[in-house]
Each structure stands twice: as C-alpha cells, then as structure tokens.
Design a protein around this ligand. Structure first.
Ligand code: ATP
Ligand code: MG
Length: 357
C-alpha cells in the first residue's frame, strides 16, 4: 500500500490546534479509504523555535522536508516576534526554495454558512483564485533614502519577469480548462501601472491563443472588488498578481462566510519539490488556547492535499463530510456565530467520514 509522508509544521497560535485536528481527520480518511496510508513527521518550527534559537527553523530545515510528498502547514506569527522574521524565516523560505509559484485558493459558500452575499446576489459562488506567489509586488526590491528627513523617499519596486508571468498564466488557463465553466478572469491594473501590468495583459493574450476553449476576460483590480460583490456568479477562475490576489482572496474569504473556512495550496506544479497546504488564516492569538478555532479551513486544506496526492476519492469524501457538518449550526464555531469547539467539529467530521456508506 502506498504511504504518503507528510511534513507537518503546526507553527504558532491556533496553527497548532487546527493542524492537530487536520491530522486526526486525515488519519480517519486514510483508514476509511483503505487504499493508502499517511505518515506525519512533525516539525516544531515557528516562534517558539525562534525564542529558543534565534531562528524560525534549523539551518538544515529545508533539506529535512524536501523529500516529503507534501507539507501541511498551520500558521506563523506571534505578538512579540516581528512579522518579517516569522514570514521570511519560515513560510516564505519554503515557498521560495521549493518554487511554489502558484498559490491556489478555492472559494465556495459551504452549505449552512451565512455569507454577506446570501440573499443579496443569489448567494452562490464557486471561484478559484490563482495568486502569483514568487515575484511581483512582494519581490522585496526598493529602498529608502534620506531616512527620517523631510525629503525622504521610499521605493517599492514590483518585479515581473516574462517567464514568471507566462508560467502562472499557463497554470491559470490549464486550471480554468479543467473546470466545468472554462472561464478565466485576468486581473491587472494596467490603466495606472504602465509596465508590469501591461506585460501581464500582453502575456495573457498570448497564452490565451493556445486555449481557444477557455473564455477569458480582463478586469482592473478595483472594478474586480465590485464585481466579486455584486456579480459573484459571473466569475469562476481568477488569476492575479501577488499583491492583488492577496487582497482579493481575503475579500473572497469574507464573502464565503469566515476566514476560518478558507484553504490554500502553494503548488510547485512541476512537482520537483513538495507543495505546501495551509489554511489562509493566521495564528490568531486572540483565540489561541480557547479551543474555539474553526478547523474547517484546515479540513478543506487537507482535501486539497489529498487531491494533489492523486487521492481524488478521499478528497471528495472529506469535503462531503465537511459539508454535512456545516449544514448543522450546532457545529458552527464562534466565528460563524455558533458555540461549537474545535473538538466538537473535528469529532463530528470524523463521525461523518465513518458513518458514510
Ligand atoms: P496573521 O498576522 O498571521 O495574519 P492574525 O492574528 O492577524 O494572524 P488572522 O488569523 O489572520 O489573525 O485572522 C484575524 C482574526 O480572525 C483573528 O484574530 C481571529 O479572531 C479570527 N480567526 C482567524 N482564523 C480563525 C479560525 N480558524 N477560527 C476562528 N476565528 C479565526
Ligand atoms: Mg492577519
């Protein structure tokens, strides 16, 4: 029987709580499926590790996880550790070293979940946002001159490479082609940003020529927020830059009901390196230790991971169990307006997995 080796990095805050729940659910799914096994190697990297050693992970950290089949990640960030340390010291180091240039964020309003859009716009949406995850506005280029002086200047330079834009665009067209509606929206801001965003527009048109079966259009990012809110059904697959997709996917998570539901996959599509799967929410220290973190984002994340590992049946089974549970408000955690706990939701999902014939 095939055994998948999962590098498991719970991280900080509620990351530890939701990853523990995710591992239980994955074990239940593997048992129920019976065709594969999962083995979890735990790495206690994150802010505690930083306090002990001055590093978010050990020097040989990347080489210790590079041969795993996938990475399950919780969240990092702690009140007293600077954001650039927690981000660059671990999460972004993994994304960059393993060339996880495609960040994929499915968005749906799950059954029983109240969305700001329900009733307003018909309340249905089924999107996948593809975020360019390796360059663009977050390339870290720029600097400051005349620090602290009245004529100080700070520059923040976005870097877009032809090869970087082409590969994310091809990825997005492929993904759009694989979905029933074959619909792609390319988001830019090329009316105001006249270099990188114009390159995006040009490359989108070039790549589109190879996908005559995909219907595509272009949207400026500002207008896109309006369309997501007022015409959600008009969208399906969406591709945008690192910054734009960062913002749009938080909007998407809110429209889908809660940040506690939204999953994401950081993919190395060529599979030269492991891909990383994580809930989009952060470490949320305001609710850490209270046992009320919503584990649904991590369960959905686990389903994405199973799909990536070629276990489509198990992935679908997990989502059926999740959707059975979200229908019942008794299993809504406080972020969804309910009183359920991480424990009760996890038990209910495992019962649903085991109870399904
Ligand atoms: P980071 O700085 O890493 O983004 P954060 O502390 O800003 O983390 P997030 O986790 O991004 O917080 O989310 C913002 C708020 O949403 C949290 O403070 C928390 O109250 C709520 N939240 C986030 N995730 C969950 C979850 N899984 N279940 C319930 N509430 C959540
Ligand atoms: Mg945050």
């Amino acid at each position: 029987m095939q055994t998948f080796r999962i590098a498991t990095i719970p991280g900080d805050g509620i990351g530890k709580e939701v990853v523990a729940a995710g591992v239980e659910v994955l074990e239940a799914i593997a048992r129920r499926d019976g065709r594969f096994e999962m083995s979890f190697d735990f790495f206690d990297w994150g802010s505690d590790h930083y306090r002990r050693s001055g590093r978010m992970m050990p020097d040989d950290g990347l080489s210790r996880i590079k041969d795993h089949d996938a990475i399950l990640f919780g969240a990092v960030g702690a009140p007293e550790v600077p954001d650039h340390v927690t981000l660059w010291g671990l999460r972004l180091a993994i994304c960059q070293s393993f060339d996880q240039y495609a960040n994929v964020r499915p968005t749906r309003i799950l059954p029983g979940i109240t969305s700001p859009l329900r009733g307003v716009a018909g309340g249905e949406l089924d999107w996948v946002i593809v975020r360019e995850n390796s360059e663009g506005e977050y390339a870290g280029q720029g600097g400051r001159t005349h620090r602290g002086l009245p004529d100080e200047i700070a520059t923040e330079v976005a870097i877009f490479t032809r090869s970087g834009v082409e590969r994310i665009m091809r990825f997005a067209f492929e993904l759009a082609r694989s979905r029933p509606r074959k619909l792609l929206t390319v988001v830019t801001k090329s009316n105001a940003q006249r270099h990188g965003m114009v390159l995006w527009d040009e490359i989108a048109a070039q790549v589109a020529a190879n996908y005559p079966d995909v219907t595509w259009d272009k949207m400026l990012v500002d207008a896109m927020t309006v369309r997501m809110t007022l015409q959600p059904q008009s969208l399906d697959t969406i591709v945008a830059t690192n910054l734009h997709a960062d913002i749009l996917s938080d909007l998407a998570a809110a429209l889908a009901g809660s940040i506690g539901i939204a999953p994401t996959a950081n993919l190395n599509p060529e599979r030269k390196f492991p891909s990383m799967f994580e809930p989009i929410h952060g470490s949320a220290f305001d609710i850490t230790g209270k046992g009320v973190a919503n584990p649904i984002a991590t369960f959905w994340t686990a389903s994405l991971m199973l799909g990536h590992l070629g276990q489509g049946d198990a992935a679908a089974r997990l989502m059926r169990a999740v959707e059975r549970i979200t229908r019942d408000t008794a299993f809504h955690t406080p972020d969804l307006g309910g009183r359920a706990t991480t424990r009760s939701v996890t038990d209910a999902v495992i019962d649903a997995i085991n109870g399904e014939n």
